[in-house]
Design a protein around this ligand. Structure first.
Ligand code: 13P
Length: 254
């Protein structure tokens, strides 16, 4: 069984509750028009409750941008996976490059993915190289290192509940989108890592592309081999830009 394409909107540190509620309602309308596509939004923690209400009865999954590796404890300012599940979240980003840049280590990303799985949240594990790493020819080595740490404690049957996102850091927020060929090469590397570690089960997870996805490049990225969806930042903040990205999915993933 192949999973449907996933179009995900990472709202990052944007949107007060009232705006988030309006945007979520528009995303729900867009998702209703494309029943073969899965859609998820990742609001800030403070907007989760409002967005949960706005999405009630819709097909859109409620996501969170990170979770802590512990279920509870003396971790001021952090939010745990059980708290997110309690808030109605079903999917959580693990290891977004902006979190890694703020100090999340490779090993911590693995622990956070485990915490998500413990709380029956779906980890969307983000990996990707910087421009300096790409220029130094280290892209595959970086992906391998990030993958190994993130999946260190994952067992093959758990892959049903996990997806990945390839987000080259040089493409995030820069307007410099990876070409479909560049994305496909990285996705092929990640797929080889999955199958190398998990065998046939490694074919299951979707690998989303993220980094300057817009309505104008979504279709060609989705047409590239093994692009299982898109993780959209800036263009997910405006329904008029996000809706055509959702609508650019033409057929079920193969
Ligand atoms: P942009 O689409 O704004 O480049 O952001 C990508 C991203 O980081 C999504 O998680």
């Amino acid at each position: 069984v192949t999973r449907p394409r996933l179009i995900a909107g990472n709202w990052k540190m944007h949107m007060l509750a009232a705006e988030a509620r309006r945007l979520a309602a528009d995303v729900a309308t867009a998702a209703a028009a494309r029943p073969s596509v899965q859609v998820a939004v990742f609001p800030a923690y403070t907007a989760l409750a409002a967005v949960r209400e706005a999405l009630a009865g819709s097909r859109v999954f409620l996501g969170a941008q990170a979770c802590h590796e512990a279920d509870h404890g003396a971790h001021t300012g952090e939010v745990s996976a059980p708290m997110l599940a309690d808030a109605g979240v079903s999917i959580v980003l693990c290891g977004h490059s902006e979190r890694r840049a703020a100090g999340e280590s490779d090993a911590s990303v693995g622990k956070r993915a485990r915490a998500a799985l413990r709380s029956r949240l779906r980890p969307l594990v983000c990996v990707g190289e910087t421009l300096a790493e790409r220029d130094a020819g280290q892209t595959d080595a970086v992906l391998a290192r990030q993958f190994a740490a993130a999946f260190a404690d994952v067992a093959a049957p758990e892959l049903d509940a996990i997806d990945l996102a390839y987000e080259p850091v040089w493409a995030i927020g820069t307007g410099r989108t990876a070409t479909p060929e560049t994305a496909a090469a990285a996705h092929a590397s990640l797929r080889a890592l999955l199958v190398g570690k998990f065998g046939a089960a490694g074919r299951g997870p979707r690998i989303l592309y993220g980094g300057s996805v817009k309505a104008g490049n979504a279709a060609e990225l989705l047409a590239a081999p093994d692009v299982g969806g898109l993780l959209v930042g800036g263009a997910s903040l405006d329904a008029a830009q996000f809706r055509p990205i959702v609508e650019s999915v033409q057929e079920p993933s193969t």
